[in-house]
Design a protein around this ligand. Structure first.
Ligand code: GLY
Length: 564
């Protein structure tokens, strides 16, 4: 049910000790939650007001998000929970990522002509990995929480029973997936009660999900991974062409991993380690840009520099990253300042380097554009940054009958075939090929940044753009700004292939875009904004705690409170 990842080598331990920022033993006496849904934020705040710690609140917020934001995460999905324990000054990444079933194999989504069957890869039972979320909730509660699991899950159970009201995000994201979900009338009956995308304010009740949640509340791990719920899940998956077995479920293990930690200026960055690609990629960008004083650059120079660093980090992501329990990742090399200096050697401020000129198979790993995030801190200074997913909006769009468990379609985060694009036009590579039991590569990047007297907790959904959004957010924090600024920043992104800078509309003036084009960049302005960032900040100097949610969606909630 739980395993500890291999200990880091001596070099890493010494490095971590040297990098350790200020301990957070003196708590702020205040607590805060920012999440993608106001109901989840409120539930997390109530748990902490009732004496629960940040880890208790993380379970509650995750479980409520699973109920009220079914497009983005869920009990049928997975995630990474980055914890910081104030008392011991210890940071841990709880890896509740989905795993490939034992009968999965490299070519499982290929047809007889060797072409990827996109329908199978993203829709229905075969697309689903073995969920990690419920095991992670149980693990968090048992090892780090202070309240009974049943109390922590009660708000989610209540909301599943009584229902919640459809909002704009629910509608928008369901519009992408409704035609698929209608293939499974029992699933559609839950999320589209009248057979169509429901009107704003429609109440969505999930009594079967409430029963499944109650089984977890009463029996812990076994309530989901063994017994009646497990049998229903396996029967439902196999009836629709899936390959799950009872052994796959019973054998699921949460893994505790060392986060990636690096120093940038006066700040210590603590972020997601593989099987997330996020932490290494962010660290590489920061290492590459170390010699520049960003505040001395104009906007075009800054976007150019960061895009060039992103290009190089995403090339390495494609080449080297996968599940660390299956592939050898050269982490020390990728994080080394000397390696960054090598990558910098070809970086010119007066010209873009075409991605084709950076030696590599132009390969990126499949992933989606949907997911969710929450950030929180408690009165003692414990921190949690959690990024959770079921992959595409509404995951595989199928819930095995009698369970209320909407399955993820995380198998599409593997590379189904070398060089074949996924739902988002991204292509994959052998380090991330499908293997039984393996975790698919992710971009989820829950992050904590500790400075001399300020601490930030942040993260966002957004597929491959998660990494660059978190990077821009943490640089803004280091610039001295608060969470309301990080979450609303205009965004830009480069991911090596396709070889272009993506901009949110309004991120740059027309003449700045022209200047980037003159440097040799392809620039593409996207009409739709991206991401949904949630951040909290503790300013130890002024003894203030702030929380902010992304203004791009109205449904988010950010609150602060003071302990009695
Ligand atoms: N499914 C999105 C990610 O893990 O990056």
């Amino acid at each position: 049910m739980f395993k500890q990842a291999a200990s880091p080598n001596l070099f890493s331990l010494v490095l971590i000790a040297l990098l350790a920022g200020p301990a957070l033993a003196e708590g702020p006496g205040q607590f805060a939650v920012s999440s993608a849904d106001a109901l989840a934020t409120k539930a997390g705040m109530e748990i902490m007001a009732a004496g629960g710690n940040a880890f208790d609140a993380a379970v509650t917020v995750s479980a409520v998000l699973a109920v009220v934001e079914p497009a983005s995460s869920g009990i049928g999905g997975g995630g990474f929970w980055l914890l910081h324990q104030a008392e011991s000054d210890r940071s841990i990444m709880i890896d509740g990522r989905e795993t490939a079933p034992a009968d999965a194999h490299r070519d499982m989504f290929l047809d007889e002509d060797g072409q990827v069957n996109r329908d199978l890869a993203i829709n229905g039972a075969l697309a689903a990995g073995i969920p990690g979320a419920p095991a992670a909730w149980v693990h968090l509660a048992e090892r780090y929480g202070s309240l009974p699991l049943a109390d922590l899950l009660e708000p989610a159970i209540r909301l599943a029973e009584r229902g919640f009201e459809v909002d704009q995000k629910y509608q928008t994201l369901l519009n992408f997936r409704a035609h698929i979900m209608l293939q499974w009338p029992e699933t559609a009956a839950i999320f589209m009660p009248d057979g169509e995308v429901p009107a704003l304010g429609t109440v969505i009740r999930q009594p079967e999900l409430a029963r499944t949640l109650r089984a977890v509340a009463e029996q812990g791990f076994d309530g989901f991974y063994r017994g009646e719920v497990a049998e229903r899940l396996v029967n439902g998956v196999r009836a629709e062409g899936g390959i799950w077995t009872l052994d796959d479920l019973a054998g699921y293990e949460v893994v505790e991993r060392e986060p990636i930690r690096i120093r940038y200026r006066d700040y210590e960055l603590i972020t997601a380690s593989p099987p997330s690609s996020g932490g290494i990629a962010i660290a590489q960008v920061l290492n590459i840009i170390q010699p520049w004083e960003l505040s001395e650059l104009d906007r075009v120079e800054r976007v150019h520099l960061l895009a060039e660093a992103m290009r190089r980090a995403y090339r390495d992501r494609a080449l080297y990253l996968g599940d660390p329990d299956y592939v050898e990742i050269p982490t020390d090399m990728l994080l080394s300042p000397h390696y960054a200096a090598g990558l910098r050697a070809s970086l010119r401020m007066d010209r873009a380097l075409p991605s084709a000129a950076l030696a590599a198979d132009p390969t990126l790993t499949a992933e989606s554009d949907n997911t969710t995030h929450f950030s929180l801190l408690d009165a003692d200074g414990n921190l949690v940054s959690g990024t959770l997913t079921i992959n595409l909006p509404y995951g595989a769009a199928y819930a095995p009958p009698g369970t209320g468990v909407l399955l993820n379609n995380e198998m599409d985060d593997f590379s189904a075939a070398p060089g074949e694009p996924n739902a988002y036009g991204l292509i994959g590579f052998s380090a991330n090929a499908i293997e039984p039991g393996k975790r698919m590569l992710s971009s989820m990047s829950p992050t904590i940044v500790k400075g001399p007297d300020r601490v930030a907790v942040l993260g966002t959904p957004g597929g491959s753009r998660i990494i660059t959004m978190v990077l821009l957010g943490l640089l803004d924090f280091i610039d001295g700004n608060g969470p309301e600024s990080w979450v609303s920043l205009p965004r830009f992104h480069h991911q090596y292939q396709p070889d272009e800078i993506l901009l949110e509309r309004g991120a740059l003036e027309d003449e700045e875009i022209q200047a980037l084009r003159q440097l040799g960049h392809e620039v593409s302005v996207r009409a739709r904004p991206w991401g949904n960032m949630h951040g909290v900040m503790w300013d130890q100097a002024s003894d203030t705690v702030k929380a902010a949610h992304d203004p791009r969606w109205q449904s988010g909630g950010a609150e602060t409170g003071r302990s009695n």
